[in-house]
Design a protein around this ligand. Sequence first.
Ligand code: NAP
Length: 313
Amino acid sequence: MLEETKVLIIGGGPAGLTAGIYAARAKLDPILIAGPLPGGQLTGTSDIENFPGFPEPQEGMRLMENMQRQAERVGTKIILDEVKSLDLRRRPFSATVSSGDEYHARTIIFATGARPRMLGLPEEKEFLGRGLSTCAVCDGAFYRGKEVAVVGGGDSAMEEAGYLAKMCRKVTVIHRRSEFRASKIMVERVRAMPNVTWELDSVVTAIISDPARKGVAGVAVRNVGTGGEKQIPVAGVFLAIGHIPETGLVKGQVELDEEGYIAVNERQETNVPGFFAAGDCHDRRWRQAVTAAAFGCRAALEAERYLTREGIA
Ligand code: NAP
């Protein structure tokens, strides 16, 4: 099936859905391909208390469901499929999804977000989903009453450690420095939890297997200051060491920086006219739900202006 649209939005997180809300209200009949993880990274977050408009903490999943319903109510057509290929050399742009359906678009708002960064240990693949996780909210319940480790020193690591400490017997935070990228308040909250211990200035050198359970028995860590090595017995390891932008689809077609983030100007324009980017796929600095939403808004407003200039809308 081939469908034509003035605005194709790729990505169903806060950036994409906000772009949908704005484009739909501008009567541009946007189509949004929500991707493999509708709702984006927030669906794996526990309580969100920094998204304005909600005095009480909101569950990430609930917030995203509401955002999606809002986008649909105002006229965004949401497709639960994944874009497999994108051709930006032809006009209109062309996107093909897993089902084989093709979309021709006069503008694209690319809002694919980012994926969790891994440590790069060879055994990670083997353990992912079997003792190794990148999402405490998704997998924490499997480790109720057990000992786990959280790797990282940012807000995500603190959030994951705090969440896990409420259900696990013990949480060890392993961080490669002794200073934290996380905000003070997040670190203080976790520091106040009696069952959290800290391995600072330390890196994970191996994940140790438990052959009997076909899972994880512990982690090997090295102190980067002293060079000392030790093993920490844990049943689960949670990685919270940042993200990598999901920009593989446009590599070679749009200007990216050295880490793969899309280069945009203050109007969310890329170097390809009509192709806009919004959210974590270009934003390495703020990466908040509210900033992603704001980028989505900007991209939709600029896409509308572009279409008007081109005489299409
Ligand atoms: P981040 O701020 O980039 O922190 C990543 C952490 O992982 C850093 O401590 C970094 O260490 C460490 N790290 C990176 N690569 C590593 C590696 N190969 N091995 C070991 N450690 C590694 O990422 P984030 O915590 O995911 O946060 C992303 C953004 O979301 C931030 O803007 C954050 O404020 C926001 N966020 C906010 C909340 C909230 O407010 N509720 C919750 C979660 C996230 P170094 O510090 O040494 O570089």
